[in-house]
Design a protein around this ligand. Structure first.
Ligand SMILES: NC(=O)c1ccc[n+]([C@@H]2O[C@H](COP(=O)([O-])OP(=O)(O)OC[C@H]3O[C@@H](n4cnc5c(N)ncnc54)[C@H](O)[C@@H]3O)[C@@H](O)[C@H]2O)c1
Length: 325
Protein backbone atom coordinates (compact mmCIF):
# COMPACT_ATOMS: atom_id res chain seq x y z
CA UNK A 1 0.00 0.00 0.00
CA UNK A 2 1.11 3.56 -0.69
CA UNK A 3 -0.05 6.39 1.54
CA UNK A 4 -1.12 9.54 -0.33
CA UNK A 5 -0.82 12.81 1.58
CA UNK A 6 -2.33 16.04 0.27
CA UNK A 7 -0.98 19.47 1.16
CA UNK A 8 -3.61 19.86 3.90
CA UNK A 9 -2.51 16.51 5.41
CA UNK A 10 1.12 17.65 5.48
CA UNK A 11 0.09 21.01 6.98
CA UNK A 12 -1.90 19.32 9.73
CA UNK A 13 1.05 17.28 11.08
CA UNK A 14 4.21 19.28 10.31
CA UNK A 15 5.46 21.82 12.87
CA UNK A 16 8.58 23.98 12.57
CA UNK A 17 9.97 22.76 15.89
CA UNK A 18 9.82 19.08 14.89
CA UNK A 19 11.12 19.88 11.41
CA UNK A 20 14.12 21.74 12.85
CA UNK A 21 15.03 18.68 14.94
CA UNK A 22 14.76 16.39 11.89
CA UNK A 23 16.74 18.75 9.64
CA UNK A 24 19.45 19.17 12.29
CA UNK A 25 19.82 15.38 12.41
CA UNK A 26 20.01 15.26 8.61
CA UNK A 27 22.87 17.79 8.54
CA UNK A 28 24.61 15.83 11.30
CA UNK A 29 24.42 12.70 9.14
CA UNK A 30 25.81 14.61 6.16
CA UNK A 31 28.80 15.68 8.24
CA UNK A 32 29.30 12.21 9.75
CA UNK A 33 29.29 10.54 6.33
CA UNK A 34 26.11 8.48 6.75
CA UNK A 35 24.12 10.42 4.14
CA UNK A 36 24.06 9.81 0.40
CA UNK A 37 23.33 13.05 -1.43
CA UNK A 38 23.80 13.20 -5.20
CA UNK A 39 23.56 16.71 -6.69
CA UNK A 40 20.12 17.46 -8.10
CA UNK A 41 19.55 16.35 -11.70
CA UNK A 42 17.87 18.77 -14.09
CA UNK A 43 15.95 18.04 -17.29
CA UNK A 44 14.64 20.89 -19.45
CA UNK A 45 11.57 19.97 -21.53
CA UNK A 46 10.56 22.76 -23.97
CA UNK A 47 8.21 24.56 -21.57
CA UNK A 48 9.99 24.27 -18.23
CA UNK A 49 12.49 22.73 -15.87
CA UNK A 50 12.23 19.43 -14.00
CA UNK A 51 14.49 18.75 -11.01
CA UNK A 52 15.08 15.39 -9.30
CA UNK A 53 16.41 15.50 -5.73
CA UNK A 54 17.22 12.10 -4.19
CA UNK A 55 18.75 11.44 -0.76
CA UNK A 56 19.33 8.66 1.76
CA UNK A 57 19.91 9.11 5.49
CA UNK A 58 21.15 5.87 7.00
CA UNK A 59 20.63 6.60 10.69
CA UNK A 60 17.20 8.13 10.18
CA UNK A 61 16.16 5.38 7.76
CA UNK A 62 14.96 7.99 5.28
CA UNK A 63 15.11 7.29 1.54
CA UNK A 64 13.31 9.76 -0.72
CA UNK A 65 13.26 11.66 -3.98
CA UNK A 66 11.58 15.01 -4.57
CA UNK A 67 10.44 15.97 -8.06
CA UNK A 68 10.11 19.73 -8.50
CA UNK A 69 9.08 21.46 -11.68
CA UNK A 70 9.28 25.13 -12.64
CA UNK A 71 6.95 25.97 -15.55
CA UNK A 72 6.64 29.73 -16.00
CA UNK A 73 3.59 29.56 -18.32
CA UNK A 74 1.54 27.35 -15.99
CA UNK A 75 -0.47 30.17 -14.34
CA UNK A 76 -1.54 31.89 -17.59
CA UNK A 77 -1.90 28.77 -19.74
CA UNK A 78 -3.24 26.13 -17.35
CA UNK A 79 -4.25 28.01 -14.20
CA UNK A 80 -1.65 25.97 -12.33
CA UNK A 81 1.23 27.09 -10.08
CA UNK A 82 4.67 27.81 -11.57
CA UNK A 83 6.37 25.48 -9.09
CA UNK A 84 4.99 22.05 -8.24
CA UNK A 85 6.70 19.52 -5.98
CA UNK A 86 5.97 15.98 -4.83
CA UNK A 87 8.04 13.73 -2.57
CA UNK A 88 8.29 9.95 -2.97
CA UNK A 89 9.26 8.27 0.30
CA UNK A 90 10.63 4.74 0.12
CA UNK A 91 11.11 1.90 2.58
CA UNK A 92 14.93 1.55 2.70
CA UNK A 93 14.54 -2.20 3.46
CA UNK A 94 12.52 -3.05 0.34
CA UNK A 95 12.86 0.03 -1.89
CA UNK A 96 9.07 0.19 -2.15
CA UNK A 97 7.50 3.65 -2.41
CA UNK A 98 5.45 3.79 0.79
CA UNK A 99 4.23 7.37 0.56
CA UNK A 100 3.67 10.10 -2.02
CA UNK A 101 3.14 13.52 -0.50
CA UNK A 102 2.67 17.07 -1.65
CA UNK A 103 6.01 18.90 -1.52
CA UNK A 104 5.03 22.59 -1.55
CA UNK A 105 4.45 23.22 2.14
CA UNK A 106 7.09 20.64 3.06
CA UNK A 107 9.72 22.53 1.02
CA UNK A 108 8.92 25.86 2.65
CA UNK A 109 9.02 24.38 6.16
CA UNK A 110 12.23 22.41 5.61
CA UNK A 111 13.89 25.50 4.10
CA UNK A 112 12.82 27.51 7.13
CA UNK A 113 14.06 24.71 9.39
CA UNK A 114 17.61 24.82 7.96
CA UNK A 115 17.74 28.57 8.62
CA UNK A 116 16.30 28.01 12.09
CA UNK A 117 19.05 25.49 12.91
CA UNK A 118 21.73 27.79 11.46
CA UNK A 119 20.33 30.65 13.56
CA UNK A 120 20.59 28.52 16.71
CA UNK A 121 24.31 27.96 16.05
CA UNK A 122 25.22 31.37 14.64
CA UNK A 123 23.02 34.19 15.95
CA UNK A 124 23.77 36.03 19.18
CA UNK A 125 22.05 34.53 22.20
CA UNK A 126 20.30 37.62 23.60
CA UNK A 127 16.52 37.64 23.94
CA UNK A 128 14.41 40.32 22.28
CA UNK A 129 16.34 40.50 19.00
CA UNK A 130 14.76 42.08 15.92
CA UNK A 131 14.31 40.06 12.72
CA UNK A 132 14.61 41.71 9.31
CA UNK A 133 13.08 39.79 6.42
CA UNK A 134 13.69 40.58 2.76
CA UNK A 135 10.78 39.17 0.76
CA UNK A 136 7.23 38.49 1.88
CA UNK A 137 6.52 35.44 -0.25
CA UNK A 138 6.02 31.75 0.46
CA UNK A 139 9.52 31.06 1.82
CA UNK A 140 9.81 34.27 3.81
CA UNK A 141 6.82 33.32 5.99
CA UNK A 142 8.38 30.04 7.04
CA UNK A 143 11.73 31.78 7.57
CA UNK A 144 10.20 34.07 10.17
CA UNK A 145 8.48 31.10 11.83
CA UNK A 146 11.87 29.37 12.09
CA UNK A 147 13.60 32.47 13.51
CA UNK A 148 10.92 32.76 16.16
CA UNK A 149 11.57 29.12 17.16
CA UNK A 150 15.33 29.70 17.29
CA UNK A 151 15.33 33.00 19.25
CA UNK A 152 12.84 34.99 21.32
CA UNK A 153 12.18 37.92 18.97
CA UNK A 154 10.83 41.32 20.03
CA UNK A 155 9.52 42.20 16.55
CA UNK A 156 10.10 41.71 12.83
CA UNK A 157 10.66 44.23 10.03
CA UNK A 158 9.66 43.01 6.57
CA UNK A 159 10.49 44.52 3.19
CA UNK A 160 9.10 43.50 -0.20
CA UNK A 161 8.81 45.36 -3.49
CA UNK A 162 5.19 44.14 -3.63
CA UNK A 163 2.87 45.94 -1.21
CA UNK A 164 0.25 43.26 -1.69
CA UNK A 165 2.68 40.52 -0.64
CA UNK A 166 3.65 42.59 2.42
CA UNK A 167 0.02 43.03 3.49
CA UNK A 168 -0.71 39.31 3.15
CA UNK A 169 2.45 38.43 5.07
CA UNK A 170 1.53 40.63 8.02
CA UNK A 171 -2.10 39.49 8.10
CA UNK A 172 -1.09 35.83 8.13
CA UNK A 173 2.10 35.75 10.20
CA UNK A 174 1.32 38.37 12.89
CA UNK A 175 -1.46 36.29 14.49
CA UNK A 176 0.23 32.94 13.74
CA UNK A 177 3.42 33.90 15.58
CA UNK A 178 1.83 36.42 17.94
CA UNK A 179 4.57 38.84 16.88
CA UNK A 180 4.68 42.52 16.05
CA UNK A 181 5.47 42.68 12.29
CA UNK A 182 6.26 46.09 10.85
CA UNK A 183 6.35 46.83 7.11
CA UNK A 184 9.58 48.56 6.06
CA UNK A 185 9.55 51.11 3.26
CA UNK A 186 13.14 50.50 2.18
CA UNK A 187 15.94 47.96 2.41
CA UNK A 188 17.97 50.42 4.52
CA UNK A 189 15.41 50.23 7.36
CA UNK A 190 16.18 46.53 7.80
CA UNK A 191 19.79 47.33 8.72
CA UNK A 192 18.49 47.96 12.27
CA UNK A 193 17.70 44.25 12.62
CA UNK A 194 19.86 41.72 14.50
CA UNK A 195 18.98 38.71 12.34
CA UNK A 196 18.43 39.15 8.60
CA UNK A 197 16.88 36.78 6.08
CA UNK A 198 16.99 37.20 2.31
CA UNK A 199 14.14 35.20 0.75
CA UNK A 200 13.32 36.98 -2.50
CA UNK A 201 13.18 36.19 -6.21
CA UNK A 202 15.78 38.90 -6.89
CA UNK A 203 18.90 38.02 -8.91
CA UNK A 204 20.74 41.13 -7.68
CA UNK A 205 22.05 42.22 -4.25
CA UNK A 206 19.32 43.52 -1.95
CA UNK A 207 21.35 45.83 0.31
CA UNK A 208 24.76 47.43 0.80
CA UNK A 209 26.84 44.96 2.78
CA UNK A 210 28.86 47.79 4.34
CA UNK A 211 25.71 49.00 6.11
CA UNK A 212 25.24 45.76 8.09
CA UNK A 213 25.96 46.17 11.83
CA UNK A 214 28.53 44.08 13.68
CA UNK A 215 27.02 41.06 15.41
CA UNK A 216 24.33 40.51 12.75
CA UNK A 217 23.45 37.00 11.61
CA UNK A 218 22.16 36.53 8.04
CA UNK A 219 20.37 33.59 6.41
CA UNK A 220 20.53 33.85 2.60
CA UNK A 221 18.04 31.45 1.04
CA UNK A 222 17.01 32.92 -2.33
CA UNK A 223 19.16 32.93 -5.51
CA UNK A 224 20.74 29.57 -6.31
CA UNK A 225 22.41 29.83 -9.68
CA UNK A 226 26.02 30.85 -10.38
CA UNK A 227 25.10 34.22 -11.90
CA UNK A 228 22.40 35.35 -9.45
CA UNK A 229 22.88 36.68 -5.93
CA UNK A 230 20.98 38.45 -3.15
CA UNK A 231 24.16 39.30 -1.22
CA UNK A 232 26.88 41.67 -2.41
CA UNK A 233 30.62 41.09 -2.23
CA UNK A 234 31.01 43.42 0.76
CA UNK A 235 28.77 41.39 3.06
CA UNK A 236 30.22 38.07 1.94
CA UNK A 237 33.74 39.38 2.63
CA UNK A 238 32.75 40.75 6.07
CA UNK A 239 31.04 37.49 7.14
CA UNK A 240 31.96 34.16 8.62
CA UNK A 241 30.56 32.13 5.70
CA UNK A 242 28.72 28.88 6.44
CA UNK A 243 26.98 26.92 3.69
CA UNK A 244 24.61 23.96 3.69
CA UNK A 245 27.13 22.03 1.54
CA UNK A 246 30.50 22.79 -0.04
CA UNK A 247 29.50 21.04 -3.25
CA UNK A 248 26.21 22.88 -3.76
CA UNK A 249 27.70 26.24 -2.79
CA UNK A 250 30.58 25.92 -5.27
CA UNK A 251 28.16 24.88 -8.02
CA UNK A 252 24.99 26.87 -7.35
CA UNK A 253 25.57 29.83 -5.00
CA UNK A 254 26.18 33.02 -7.00
CA UNK A 255 26.47 34.84 -3.66
CA UNK A 256 29.75 32.97 -3.15
CA UNK A 257 30.75 32.19 -6.73
CA UNK A 258 30.61 35.73 -8.13
CA UNK A 259 33.20 37.22 -5.71
CA UNK A 260 35.20 33.98 -6.04
CA UNK A 261 35.32 34.36 -9.83
CA UNK A 262 36.38 38.00 -9.63
CA UNK A 263 39.13 37.05 -7.14
CA UNK A 264 37.64 39.17 -4.32
CA UNK A 265 37.44 36.12 -2.06
CA UNK A 266 39.34 32.83 -2.06
CA UNK A 267 37.91 29.31 -1.66
CA UNK A 268 39.12 29.28 1.95
CA UNK A 269 36.59 32.01 2.74
CA UNK A 270 34.02 29.18 2.92
CA UNK A 271 34.36 28.58 6.67
CA UNK A 272 32.18 25.52 7.32
CA UNK A 273 29.22 23.41 6.36
CA UNK A 274 26.26 23.66 8.76
CA UNK A 275 26.80 19.99 9.70
CA UNK A 276 30.31 20.78 10.91
CA UNK A 277 28.88 23.23 13.45
CA UNK A 278 26.31 20.65 14.57
CA UNK A 279 28.90 17.89 15.06
CA UNK A 280 31.26 20.33 16.82
CA UNK A 281 34.03 19.94 14.22
CA UNK A 282 34.02 23.71 13.87
CA UNK A 283 32.87 26.49 16.19
CA UNK A 284 29.78 28.57 15.42
CA UNK A 285 29.74 32.20 16.59
CA UNK A 286 32.69 33.00 18.84
CA UNK A 287 31.92 36.59 19.88
CA UNK A 288 29.14 39.19 19.71
CA UNK A 289 30.87 41.31 17.08
CA UNK A 290 31.32 38.93 14.18
CA UNK A 291 28.89 38.88 11.27
CA UNK A 292 27.75 35.36 10.47
CA UNK A 293 26.17 34.24 7.21
CA UNK A 294 24.38 30.99 6.37
CA UNK A 295 23.89 30.34 2.65
CA UNK A 296 21.14 27.84 1.94
CA UNK A 297 20.97 26.21 -1.48
CA UNK A 298 18.39 23.62 -0.40
CA UNK A 299 19.41 19.98 -0.08
CA UNK A 300 17.50 16.76 -0.67
CA UNK A 301 18.52 15.52 2.81
CA UNK A 302 16.18 18.19 4.22
CA UNK A 303 13.32 16.78 2.12
CA UNK A 304 14.06 13.15 3.02
CA UNK A 305 14.26 13.84 6.77
CA UNK A 306 11.09 15.94 6.70
CA UNK A 307 9.16 13.45 4.54
CA UNK A 308 9.99 10.63 6.98
CA UNK A 309 8.80 12.79 9.87
CA UNK A 310 5.55 13.68 8.08
CA UNK A 311 4.91 10.03 7.16
CA UNK A 312 5.34 8.81 10.74
CA UNK A 313 3.13 11.56 12.11
CA UNK A 314 0.46 10.89 9.48
CA UNK A 315 0.47 7.16 10.33
CA UNK A 316 0.12 7.94 14.03
CA UNK A 317 -2.75 10.36 13.33
CA UNK A 318 -4.43 7.98 10.87
CA UNK A 319 -4.62 10.53 8.09
CA UNK A 320 -4.11 10.22 4.33
CA UNK A 321 -5.43 7.78 1.77
CA UNK A 322 -4.01 4.29 1.28
CA UNK A 323 -3.86 3.11 -2.33
CA UNK A 324 -2.84 -0.18 -3.91
CA UNK A 325 -0.75 0.88 -6.90
N1 LIG B 1 17.29 27.63 -0.32
C1 LIG B 1 16.26 26.85 -0.50
O1 LIG B 1 16.23 25.71 -0.04
C2 LIG B 1 15.06 27.36 -1.25
C3 LIG B 1 13.88 26.61 -1.27
C4 LIG B 1 12.78 27.10 -1.97
C5 LIG B 1 12.86 28.33 -2.61
N2 LIG B 1 14.04 29.02 -2.59
C6 LIG B 1 14.17 30.33 -3.25
O2 LIG B 1 13.63 31.31 -2.40
C7 LIG B 1 13.26 32.46 -3.17
C8 LIG B 1 11.86 32.92 -2.76
O3 LIG B 1 10.94 31.90 -3.11
P1 LIG B 1 9.37 32.06 -2.81
O4 LIG B 1 8.77 30.72 -3.07
O5 LIG B 1 9.17 32.69 -1.49
O6 LIG B 1 8.96 33.08 -3.96
P2 LIG B 1 7.74 34.11 -3.94
O7 LIG B 1 7.54 34.51 -5.35
O8 LIG B 1 6.60 33.56 -3.16
O9 LIG B 1 8.31 35.36 -3.11
C9 LIG B 1 9.39 36.13 -3.54
C10 LIG B 1 9.15 37.57 -3.08
O10 LIG B 1 10.34 38.35 -3.32
C11 LIG B 1 9.92 39.66 -3.61
N3 LIG B 1 11.03 40.42 -4.20
C12 LIG B 1 11.58 40.30 -5.44
N4 LIG B 1 12.60 41.16 -5.57
C13 LIG B 1 12.71 41.83 -4.40
C14 LIG B 1 13.59 42.85 -3.91
N5 LIG B 1 14.57 43.34 -4.67
N6 LIG B 1 13.43 43.31 -2.64
C15 LIG B 1 12.43 42.81 -1.85
N7 LIG B 1 11.56 41.86 -2.26
C16 LIG B 1 11.71 41.37 -3.52
C17 LIG B 1 8.73 39.45 -4.54
O11 LIG B 1 7.93 40.58 -4.65
C18 LIG B 1 8.02 38.27 -3.84
O12 LIG B 1 7.03 38.71 -2.94
C19 LIG B 1 13.38 32.02 -4.64
O13 LIG B 1 14.61 32.50 -5.14
C20 LIG B 1 13.40 30.51 -4.55
O14 LIG B 1 14.06 29.92 -5.63
C21 LIG B 1 15.13 28.56 -1.92
Amino acid sequence: MTLILKRSDVESVLTMKDCMAAVEQAFRELSEGTAILPLRTAISPPDGLSLYMPAYLKQMGALACKVVTVYKNNPSKYNMPTTIGKVLLQDPATGNVICIMDGGYLTAVRTGAASGVATQYLARRQEGQVAGIFGAGVQAKMQLWALSEARKLSKALVYDVSEEALKKFIAEMGPKLNLDIIPASSAVELMKADILVTATSSANPLFDGNAVREGTHINGIGSHSPNARELDTAIVKRSKFVGDSYEASFKEAGDFMIPLTTGEIQKEHFYAELGELITGKKAGRVNDREITLFKSNGLAIQDAATAKLVYEKALAAGIGQNLEI
